[in-house]
Ligand binder design. Structure first.
Ligand code: C5P
Length: 234
C-alpha cells in the first residue's frame, strides 16, 4: 500500500499583475476556468488524489457557485488563503495527514502534463522531496536600479550552466513539508523547495516542461491560448 496522495492547488493570489478584476485563476481558457483545468489534469493523472484548493476568502462563494454552474463536481476541501503564498500553503497543510505524499501546485499552471504529474507521484513514493526544473536558456545579467536606470553591478556575474528555473508541482512526504512549514516566515521563501531546503532537507530534481508556464500577465494568457490550440497538445 502506497502513501495517500494529496494535491494542494494554490489559488489564493489576487492576480494584480494581470490587471483584471477577476483573479487570473478564474479566467477561462477554452471555455473553462484556469483553476478547473489545473485540477482536472491532476484528477486525470491520479484519479485517487485528494484535492485541497486554496482560495482568497472573498472568492470562496464565487468558486463554489462556478463549480455548481459548470457541473464540476470533484470533491475539494476549500481552504482560505493567507497573506503570502507561504501562509496559504501552511493553512492547507493543516488538512494533510502524516504519512501522505503531497503535491503543491500553482493553480495558474494549467498546462502541466498528466504524464509529469503521474510520474512525479510515482517517484515520490521513494523520494522525500521532488522538484521540477528547467535549464535557463537566456543569458542572465546581474543588475540594480539606480536613479530609475538599470545598471550593471560591477564584478557580479552568473554562470548560466548552473541556473535552472523551478516549477510546480513540487512533491513531498507530508511529514517533511509539514515540519518545514513550522519555521518562521522568511521573504526568501518563494516556493516550497526553498522552505524545505532551509529546514535542512535534501531535494531531488526532475526535468520540468517548457509549456508548464505560470500564467501571470496578459501575455501569458495569449501564450497559453496558443499552446492549447496546437493539435499536438492534449
Ligand atoms: O504570486 P505568485 O505568482 O508567486 O503566486 C503563485 C501561486 O500562489 C498562484 O497560483 C497564487 O494564486 C498562489 N498564491 C496563494 N496565496 C497567496 C499568494 C499567491 O495561494 N497569498
Amino acid at each position: 500500500m502506497g502513501r495517500k496522495k494529496y494535491v494542494i492547488v494554490m489559488a489564493a493570489g489576487s492576480g494584480t499583475r494581470m490587471g483584471s478584476e477577476l483573479p487570473k485563476q478564474f479566467i477561462e481558457l477554452d471555455g473553462k476556468a484556469i483553476l478547473q483545468m489545473t485540477i482536472e489534469t491532476f484528477l486525470k493523472a491520479c484519479p485517487d488524489v485528494s484535492v485541497i484548493t486554496v482560495l482568497p476568502e472573498a472568492h470562496m462563494a464565487y468558486w463554489r457557485n462556478y463549480c455548481l454552474q459548470h457541473n464540476f463536481t470533484c470533491p475539494q476541501v476549500l481552504v482560505k488563503g493567507g497573506i503570502t503564498r507561504f501562509h496559504s500553503v501552511r493553512n492547507a497543510l493543516a488538512k494533510v495527514p502524516e504519512g501522505a505524499v503531497v503535491a503543491v501546485h500553482d493553480g495558474v499552471r494549467p498546462l502541466v502534463s498528466e504524464g509529469l504529474v503521474a510520474s512525479m507521484f510515482e517517484s515520490a513514493e521513494s523520494i522525500q522531496a521532488l522538484i521540477p526544473v528547467i535549464p535557463c536558456v537566456d543569458t542572465m545579467k546581474v543588475l540594480e536600479s539606480k536613479d530609475g536606470q538599470l545598471v550593471t553591478i560591477p564584478g557580479a556575474s552568473v554562470d548560466r550552466s548552473v541556473l535552472f528555473g523551478a516549477q510546480t508541482p513540487q512533491i513531498f512526504h507530508s511529514e517533511i513539508i509539514k515540519e518545514a512549514y513550522s519555521q518562521a516566515y522568511d521573504t526568501a521563501f518563494t516556493d516550497d523547495a526553498s522552505v524545505v531546503e532551509k529546514y535542512g532537507k535534501n531535494l531531488s530534481y526532475v526535468m520540468g516542461e517548457r509549456f508548464n508556464i505560470k500564467i501571470t500577465t496578459q501575455d501569458d494568457l495569449l501564450l497559453a491560448r496558443a499552446i492549447l490550440s496546437l493539435s499536438s497538445f492534449s
